[in-house]
Ligand binder design. Structure first.
Ligand code: UGA
Length: 434
């Protein structure tokens, strides 16, 4: 297999994982980031994000001399056969993706081009961005190059496994040369290739995330309905999931999706649709229903306790999902803010996300706990907001003993209703009878 020289611009979440994985496949990779402090830390072997298996993968490939870090893009781009853009595209207040980092990076790449290279865009970008990147590079470089949309589908918390064992690789380009070289680059992954035009590849990324967000929101509405008619959403999802056309994943009902991708990408797609005068009604409804779904926890607390003023509420889980310390758009944030507004005293615990959560939610009524049981101790209710596996290992009898009132609101349906009841808990799941 030929060894390529690769420059990955942007050593954030996507860039670091991609860089380490391409190095693992045998390529020589330089990850570039303008944040010099971050580069210095990476060179010392410190990994700035929480991601299982990533520190080992980075260390192994750095030691083998296949993975290096640099603050300046120029030399890495000059040496590279393949350049990957993985800088952030945060939302603007309108919901539209902010392309300023992409533009700056494209111009930098243009200034360092010294021969044919393939420039791949891994950042999630609106349809039409590959063409813009092509123009920005061409303003600085008159020679040949190809720009390819190479969307990333990895999930936080299982990013390394997802990157090394992807369901598919989408390659968006009209250049046969670039398509063949990228097919060869990804060949060791043995994943199906979807070679298409750049616009369709860019749309595939948004459509995939919007579809998954819709699937989750659909099952959440079925859960709300199950509560009213006495059905069990877990059973319904099981029965639905066996239909191969539906599939069983992303049918876990709960308190809604969060994270840095689904909320951002669904908003961006609605925005994109609006810009071409298409009213994406379904997706607008998904966004609205998901926003409200977070607060079913607060409704359930009020149904059981009445006024929440002065009540002590234990909170288990602050990250938007397990195995990450990421709290961006975490349902826990909307819930904690609402509970604080209603005058509750919060006892918060998360195995990894406590520090990050504190940066965005610092409240005089917040008590930061050292352990899960400490958060439950003396509380009038316990709310489980993120299904960390460690919570499932805590004996229900200990939860019962720690609580002042044995009320457990399970926002992620982590526990078995029967067992919870047998342990003497007043158990309130989402969409399941008790
Ligand atoms: C998501 C996509 O799954 C990735 O394919 C994509 O690459 C990524 O966004 C991105 O655009 O970068 P991620 O945000 O890491 O990945 O998280 P997911 O595992 O997809 O979970 C998203 C949210 O949905 C979480 O809040 C999770 O709790 C929720 N969820 C997921 C449910 O409520 N129910 C489910 O059945 C599944």
């Amino acid at each position: 297999m030929p060894v390529r020289d690769m420059a990955i611009i942007g050593a954030g979440y996507v860039g670091l994982v991609a860089g380490a994985c391409y190095a693992e496949l045998g390529n020589r990779v330089v990850c570039v980031d303008s944040d010099e402090e971050k580069i210095a830390r990476l060179r010392r072997g410190e990994v700035p994000i929480y991601e299982p298996d990533l520190p080992q993968l980075i260390a192994r490939n750095a030691e083998a001399g296949r993975l290096a870090f640099a603050a300046a893009a120029g030399p890495a781009v000059e040496k590279a056969d393949i350049v990957v853009i993985a800088v952030g595209t945060p939302p603007l207040p309108s919901g539209e993706a902010d392309l300023r980092s992409i533009e700056k990076t494209a111009r930098e790449i243009g200034a360092s081009m010294n021969g044919y290279k393939i420039v791949c865009i891994k950042s999630t970008v609106p349809v039409g961005t590959a063409e813009k990147v092509e123009r920005w590079i061409a303003e600085r470089y008159a020679g040949g190059f190809d720009v390819v949309s190479l969307p990333e589908f990895l999930r936080e918390g299982s990013a390394v496994a997802d990157a090394l064992r992807p369901d598919r690789i989408v390659i968006g380009t009209s250049s046969e040369r670039a398509a063949a070289e990228l097919a060869a680059l990804h060949e060791p992954l043995a994943a199906p290739l979807c070679v298409t035009d750049a616009r369709s590849a860019e749309m595939t990324k948004y459509a995939s995330n919007a579809f998954l967000a819709t699937k989750i929101t659909f099952i959440n509405e079925i859960a709300n309905l199950c509560e009213k008619v006495g059905a069990d959403v877990a059973e319904v999802a099981r029965g639905m999931g066996l239909d191969r056309r539906i599939g069983s994943s992303f049918l876990r009902a709960g308190i809604g999706y969060g994270g840095s991708c689904f909320p951002k990408d669904t908003n961006a797609l609605v925005q994109l649709a609006g810009s071409v005068e298409y009213d994406f009604r379904l997706l607008k409804a998904v966004i609205e229903v998901n926003r409200e779904q977070r607060l079913v926890v607060v409704d359930k607390l009020q149904n059981a306790l009445g006024s929440l003023r002065g009540r002590r509420i234990g909170i288990w889980g602050l990250s938007f999902k397990p195995n990450t310390d990421d709290v961006r758009e975490a349902p826990a944030l909307a819930i904690a803010e609402r509970l604080a507004e209603l005058g509750a005293e919060l006892r918060l615990y998360d195995p990894a996300a406590q520090r990050r959560f504190r940066e965005v939610f610092d409240h005089p009524f917040a008590v930061w706990c050292e352990s899960a049981l400490e958060a439950a101790r003396g509380s009038d209710a316990l709310c489980l907001l993120t299904e960390w596996p460690a919570f499932a290992d805590i004996p229900l009898a200990e939860i019962r003993a720690a609580l002042d009132r044995p009320l457990l609101i399970d926002g992620r349906n982590l526990f078995d209703p029967r067992e919870a009841r047998l342990a003497g808990l007043e158990y309130v799941p989402v969409g399941r009878p008790v």
